[in-house]
Ligand binder design. Structure first.
Ligand code: M6R
Length: 366
C-alpha cells in the first residue's frame, strides 16, 4: 500500500506531480484558455463582488491560505484576511451578510474550522470549502466548494494536500480576477500555462532527493532551525518549519526574512542552520542581503534558489536549485525540497515519520 516507499509521507511527497495534475484535470486547459471549477459557478459573482474575503483554516491548511492571500490580493485586488479558525471563532468576529469565507481543510473534519464556518454561516456569510476528503463535514457544511482531488493522505504531516490546496486556490483566484477584469488577458494566459507546467517542474524538484538527503545528514543533529522567506515564499518558510518540527522534533521557526532583524537574528551563531527560500523573484535582492546578514554572523545557510542562480551559491553553504516559474506559484515548487529535508532528517533521527508523537491526522476535538 506504500507503493514501494518506506513511508506514506515519502510516497505522498513523490505523488505530487500526479496529485497536482489530478487537481487540475478537467478544470484547466491553458491551450484553449479554459478554466472551469464546477463548484464555483453559482457563487463566482458573489466572490467577484465581495468587499473582502476571509480564509479560515489550521496548520498546513492555514499556510496554504496565506499563500492564497497573496495570490488573491495581487490578482483580484479584493482584501483578504487569513485567520486561525480557533482564534476567529472565539473573538466575536465581524462578519457581514454576503461576506465570503473560504475554509481550507484536508480532512474536512477539523473541529475549529468546522465551528468557524458554522458561526460565519449563521451571520449570513457565504462559505466556500476547499477540502480533500469528499463528503466530509466541512464540505457538507459549505455552500459551495472545490475538492482538491489529491487522493487519500495518510501521513500525519501534510504534503500533497498542501500543494493541491494551493493549486485549487490559485485557480479560484484566477477565475475571479478574470471575471472581474483585474488581470490582463496576457497575464491570465501566462499564469494558466505556468500552472499547467507545475507537475513537470515538481518532478524536477523531486529529482533533488539524493542531494537533499546528503544535506539532511549534515544537519540531522541540529537543535534549532530557522526558515526564512519573503513574499510568496514567506508562507513556505512557515510550512518548512512546521514540517521539520512535527516529524523530527527539532525546534524550528519560520519567519518573514526581514523580521529577522527584529529578534531572531540574536539566535544566529555557527550552530544555527538557516534555510532560505530565495528563488528569483521581486524580493530577490532583499533576500540576498538577508543571507549576507546571516553569513556575517556565521550561521549555516541552506538556500533554495532558482536554477542558474550565480550569486547565492557564492554565499550559501548549501544550495538546492529548483526550476523557475512565475513567483505567484513558486510555493508549489519551493516547498518540495523542504518536505524532503524534514522527511530525511526525521528518518535519520529514528522518528516515526507517518505517526509523530502527540499528533493525530485530523484534530476533531478543539
Ligand atoms: O485536515 P486539516 O487540513 O483541517 O488539518 C489542519 C491541520 O491539523 C494540519 O494541517 C496539521 O497542521 C498537519 N499535521 C500539518 O502537517
Amino acid at each position: 500500500e506504500k507503493g514501494g516507499y518506506e513511508h506514506f509521507m515519502l510516497k505522498e511527497i513523490f505523488e505530487q506531480p500526479r496529485s497536482i495534475s489530478d487537481c487540475m484535470r478537467g478544470r484547466l486547459d491553458a491551450n484553449r484558455g479554459h478554466l472551469v471549477l464546477g463548484g464555483l459557478r453559482e457563487y463566482i459573482n458573489k466572490i467577484v463582488n465581495a468587499d473582502r474575503i476571509l480564509i479560515v483554516a489550521c496548520g498546513t491548511s492555514w499556510h496554504a491560505g496565506t499563500v492564497a492571500e497573496y495570490i488573491f490580493e495581487e490578482f483580484t485586488r479584493i482584501p483578504v484576511e487569513v485567520e486561525y479558525a480557533s482564534e476567529f471563532r472565539y473573538r466575536n468576529p465581524i462578519i457581514k451578510e454576503g461576506d465570503v469565507v473560504i475554509a481550507i481543510s484536508q480532512s474536512g473534519e477539523t473541529a475549529d474550522t468546522l465551528a468557524a464556518i458554522e458561526l460565519a454561516k449563521s451571520k449570513g456569510a457565504i462559505i466556500f470549502g476547499v477540502c480533500n476528503v469528499v463528503g466530509s463535514s466541512i464540505a457538507r457544511a459549505s455552500h459551495a466548494g472545490s475538492y482538491t482531488h489529491a487522493g487519500p493522505e495518510i501521513g500525519v504531516a501534510s504534503t500533497k494536500a498542501f500543494t493541491a490546496q494551493v493549486t485549487v486556490l490559485t485557480m479560484v483566484a484566477l477565475l475571479v480576477a478574470h471575471r472581474k477584469g483585474s488581470i490582463t488577458e496576457a497575464r491570465y494566459h501566462e499564469l494558466l500555462t505556468d500552472l499547467e507546467q507545475i507537475p513537470v517542474k515538481v518532478e524536477k524538484a523531486l529529482a533533488l532527493n539524493k542531494q537533499i538527503e546528503y544535506i539532511a545528514d549534515i544537519f540531522k543533529d541540529a537543535r534549532n532551525f530557522l526558515y526564512l522567506g519573503r513574499g510568496y515564499n514567506f508562507p513556505v518558510a512557515l510550512e518548512g518549519a512546521l514540517k521539520l518540527k512535527e516529524i523530527s522534533y527539532i525546534h524550528a521557526e519560520g519567519y518573514p526574512a526581514a523580521e529577522m532583524k527584529h529578534g531572531p537574528i540574536a539566535l544566529i551563531d555557527e550552530e544555527m542552520p538557516v534555510v532560505f527560500i530565495a528563488t528569483h523573484d521581486s524580493s530577490y535582492e532583499k533576500i540576498v542581503s538577508n543571507i549576507q546578514e546571516v553569513k556575517a554572523r556565521k550561521g549555516k545557510v541552506i538556500a533554495v534558489v532558482t536554477e542558474g542562480d550565480t550569486l547565492i551559491p557564492k554565499m550559501a553553504d548549501f544550495i538546492i536549485e529548483v526550476p523557475a516559474t512565475n513567483e505567484a506559484i513558486m510555493p508549489l515548487i519551493s516547498v518540495i525540497p523542504l518536505q524532503l529535508l524534514s522527511y530525511h532528517i526525521a528518518v535519520m533521527r529514528g522518528c516515526n515519520v507517518d505517526q509523530p508523537r502527540n499528533l493525530a491526522k485530523s484534530v476533531t476535538v478543539e
